[in-house]
Design a binder for this molecule. Structure first.
Ligand code: SF4
Length: 210
């Protein structure tokens, strides 16, 4: 009996711009994988934490190629949920074979991350720990500025990653209190001598893009 082709559970596929991080403003095709191994209270993609439609990798790559005809972008961004909870090796190989650069947004907790062209790693509370494999491959690190994020948390994450990897403090959904807290944490981080700290933003929410 032939084995069915491997499937992934997908919440949505859509074109937009990268609204966060160092690649801000860059057009990308977003592939949101369903499922997550965390339960962050501040999560803004709760609908993607479960469910999702099953799609074979081949069909997903074909869908990406079809969407690119109308929206000719270079990047495909795997996001979630936590995209690396599922086996994305074949998807990434397929996307790269079609000429996409692959960006992965991950909480950094799943061992053996696949090769990709850009890694955004966002350690999550309560312990902000990531698998050691992410410490060298992260191109940027993002921390959501919650009411509980402390300078100690920022110091611990800053110490874990190489100094050359930018650490962005990203206000939670651009809320006023979180912007103020993020700004205070940036100033306190500078005063404490922490290198390469930046304030982040969620531009897609301000611009009302998907
Ligand atoms: S890791 Fe991300 S997707 Fe998962 S619960 Fe936390 S914020 Fe939501």
């Amino acid at each position: 009996m032939m084995r069915p082709p491997p499937t992934l559970r997908i919440a949505e596929v859509f074109p937009s711009i990268k609204g966060e991080g160092l690649r801000l403003g860059e057009p990308a095709l977003f592939i949101r994988l369903a499922g997550c191994n965390k339960r962050c209270a501040f999560c803004d993609t709760k609908v993607a934490r479960r469910g999702g439609r099953p799609v074979s990798t081949e069909r997903l790559v074909a869908e990406a190629v079809r969407l690119r005809r109308r929206f000719p972008c270079r990047w495909a961004c795997l996001t979630g949920g936590e995209p690396l909870l599922q086996d994305t090796d074949r998807l990434i190989r397929g996307l790269r074979a079609e000429g996409f650069l692959v960006h992965i947004e991950t909480n950094g907790s799943i061992p053996r991350p696949p090769a990709a062209d850009w890694y955004s790693v966002s350690p999550k509370p309560p312990d902000y720990r990531v698998d050691p494999a992410y410490l060298r491959i992260a191109d940027e690190v993002k921390l959501v500025v919650t009411r509980r994020l402390t300078l100690r948390n920022v110091q611990a994450v800053r110490r874990a990653f190489p100094d050359k990897t930018p650490l962005l403090l990203q206000p939670q959904s651009n809320l006023d209190w979180s912007v103020r807290r993020g700004w205070a944490l940036v100033r306190r981080s500078l005063a404490a001598g922490l290198p390469n700290i930046r304030l982040g933003i969620q531009a897609h929410k301000i611009l009302r893009l998907p």
